[in-house]
Design a protein around this ligand. Structure first.
Ligand SMILES: [Fe+2]
Ligand SMILES: [Fe+2]
Length: 275
């Protein structure tokens, strides 16, 4: 069985083909990227550019005229949307290559958009929350690709409960939050993203920052949304940890349309995964 250091050294999930994405994420907490730099960075990856333009021209965005270049996609959709689409498309490519991972990426894309929505409600950094939501379980993805058979049987009944960390610890000697946060540290990702990957199973306001807090809530909301019988009676303000709700400044009014919002998000994610 490989150690955590061996896995990190050999890790190719983001490092080989996704330089563009790594540098986009690294720059999220730096000063504003210019339109030209962003267009240039994305343009360096022809496959990514092609998929992005296809998505920008899809019925989902309902453009009246054709978007023919990354520059015009940025002008029409905005820098932030193009950045998020580039990151989403590039990372979820795996879902197309490996059908087993479709569910993983669909869930994580939904968590990303939901974290961004919650970030807007709570005054937290939106782009950082989006990426933190998308990558919070990157450690799980790595465990799955490194140890497919063991991992599937290990998490068979319990995917997200607190018990999963203890199971991983006893089986691998480390868990997915530890592995994921070390990888994010190696990739020089912004600190709040590393923190969210590390503490997304801890729903305690005192020990986590706002980005990890919105990722925690987003994961819960998506979990309930995707289970219609549970969603019927779920009330986020009453059932999410009270001190976390207060820490983030969420209330009944802000959360009133959570199901409608997740419905919109679900269509958006389908559009991304279909392109
Ligand atoms: Fe998760
Ligand atoms: Fe997790």
């Amino acid at each position: 069985m490989k150690t955590i250091d061996e896995i990190i050294q050999q890790q190719q999930i983001l490092t080989s083909s996704q330089h563009v994405i790594i540098s986009l994420i690294q720059q999220l907490d730096k000063e504003e990227t210019t339109l030209e730099t962003l267009a240039h960075q994305i343009g360096n990856d022809p496959a990514l550019s092609a998929r992005l333009l296809k998505l920008a021209n899809s019925s989902f965005f309902g453009m009246s005229s054709k978007v023919a270049s990354i520059q015009s996609a940025i002008l029409v959709l905005g820098m932030s949307t193009v950045k998020k689409l580039a990151i989403s498309i590039s990372l979820s490519q795996q879902a197309k290559d490996q059908k087993d991972l479709m569910h993983f990426w669909k869930d994580n894309l939904m968590i990303a958009y939901c974290a961004e929505w919650l970030a807007e409600k709570t005054g937290c950094q939106k782009e950082i929350s989006f990426v933190a939501g998308l990558l919070h379980d990157v450690g799980t993805l790595v465990l799955f690709t490194e140890f497919p058979d063991q991992f599937v049987s290990l998490v068979h009944e319990e995917c997200h409960g607190p018990g999963i960390l203890a199971k991983e610890q006893s089986f691998f000697g480390f868990d997915h939050t530890e592995l994921g946060s070390q990888l994010a540290l190696n990739w020089h990702f912004p600190e709040p993203i590393i923190q969210a990957i590390k503490s997304h199973h801890v729903g305690e306001a005192a020990t986590i920052g706002p980005v990890a807090g919105v990722v925690f809530c987003a994961e819960e909301l998506v979990g309930y949304y995707t289970c219609p019988t549970a969603a019927e009676t779920f009330s986020p303000i009453d059932q999410l940890p009270g001190d976390l709700i207060r820490f983030l400044g969420l209330d009944q009014e802000k959360m009133a349309n959570w199901k409608n919002q997740l419905e919109v998000i679900s269509h958006q994610v389908d559009a991304i995964l279909m392109e």
